[in-house]
Design a protein around this ligand. Structure first.
Ligand code: PLP
Length: 378
């Protein structure tokens, strides 16, 4: 088998596989984005967005990748005068720090090693001394396959009075997010992850408190301007029309499945991936207790880098998984199992992995990985 982008088993950490219904939804002639037909589509999207976030509130659709959503939030909500605390334990946390520093010169960074959870005491210490206007955290650190536990951090943020700004790009519709309970003021989702729409849109949920605190930041990504236009089912600038059509269909699919069922399915796929990795004798990269349900990050076996593993998966078995980022390049590989990923995807991927390890005489127990998956199927 050779790599074929149209038929590949596609399990990178986002963009994820897209349902044919969503692909077809984009095949429309050009639409007038200022006309009634398109306004009707925006109205439907607005009605459906609470299904994605599992919460109602002020919700914005931005044309741009997830980073556009993050930039919109930090530019409009990171305070100029007060301190901002950024939590970083992976590539995207470090990028948060970079973005926030564009908008504030008063940043305190709380770091943990990549793949390790934050120590709530370190977060509390950073908040001590007061004068903190915002706390920024990546909920699911895609780069290391780690879900940051926001439950112990949320009360500390609340006590400090700071805005709680969350990068939920690979968390929303993939791992449970208690927006109201944790007092989250802004959460950013990317269209290409748990929602399983094409890449290119950022969805932002804002609390009442966040909306009151918005200040002008960037022009294109001015959240107040977007909110004002959306009240009339409009957008301030020309939107990515085909992506809005895809978004509506992906939201309908999510509504049909139900958010709770999508979360449950994603969790089961993650448990199966972890079980299969164990059966192959492979180690998870993050602390197991904090392993992500949307992305499983696995250490490459000793002596096997990308050319021996990931590239063989792609070339010989038409399976795409993702490599490591930064210092982890060639050291880990990541399997994304969010969105509409399903059991056949995992079975094919782990069957191919088993064969590769078998040929390399590195397979501890033939058949065990597939058994680990089958046992976890509904
Ligand atoms: N934050 C997280 C947690 C991500 O996983 C990603 C992308 O993978 C980003 C930010 C950046 O999003 P984008 O590449 O859509 O701009």
């Amino acid at each position: 088998m050779t790599f074929d982008p149209e038929t590949t088993t596609f399990l990178i950490a986002g963009p994820v596989r897209i349902h044919p219904r969503v692909l077809r939804a984009m095949s429309m002639p050009s639409l007038n984005h200022r006309g009634d037909y398109f306004h009707g589509i925006v109205a439907e999207i607005r009605e459906l967005l609470p299904v994605l976030f599992g919460a109602t509130g002020h919700q914005v659709i931005l044309s741009g990748s997830g980073t556009a959503g993050l930039e919109a939030v930090y530019a409009s909500l990171v305070p100029k005068e007060q301190r901002t605390v950024v939590l970083a334990n992976g590539n995207f946390g470090e990028r948060t720090d970079q973005i926030v520093r564009r908008y504030s010169s008063r940043v305190t960074t709380v770091s943990a090693p990549w793949g390790k959870p934050f120590d709530p005491a370190a977060v509390a210490a950073a908040l001590e001394g007061g004068d903190v206007g915002a706390v920024c955290v990546v909920h699911n650190e895609t780069s290391v396959g780690l879900a940051n536990d926001l439950a112990p951090i949320a009360p500390l943020v609340r006590k400090s009075g700071a805005l709680f700004l969350v990068d939920g790009i690979s968390a929303v519709a993939g791992i449970p997010e208690d927006i109201a309970g944790w007092g989250i003021d802004a959460v950013v989702a990317g269209s290409q992850k748990g929602l399983a729409a094409p890449a290119g849109l950022a969805l932002v949920h804002l609390s009442d408190r966040a909306v009151s605190a918005l200040h002008p930041g960037t022009f294109y990504l001015d959240l107040a301007a977007h909110l004002k236009s959306l009240e009339k089912n409009d957008t301030p600038w020309t939107p990515a029309v085909p992506l809005f059509l895809a978004l509506r269909e992906a939201l309908l699919l999510l509504k049909e499945e139900g958010l709770a069922r999508r979360l449950e399915r994603t969790h089961r796929l993650a448990e199966a991936s972890r079980g299969a990795a164990d059966a192959l004798g492979l180690a998870l990269f993050p602390d197991r207790a904090h392993a992500s349900d949307t992305v499983t990050a696995i250490r490459n076996p000793d002596g096997m880098g990308d050319p021996e593993l990931r590239k063989v998966l792609e070339r010989e078995y038409n399976v795409l998984v993702q490599g490591g980022q930064g210092a982890l390049t060639g050291k880990i590989f990541r399997i994304g199992h969010m969105g509409i990923a399903d059991w056949p995807d995992l079975l094919v991927t782990f069957a191919a992995l088993e064969r590769i390890l078998g040929k390399a005489h590195r397979l501890p127990a033939p058949g065990a990985a597939l058994r680990a998956i089958v046992e976890r199927m509904p």
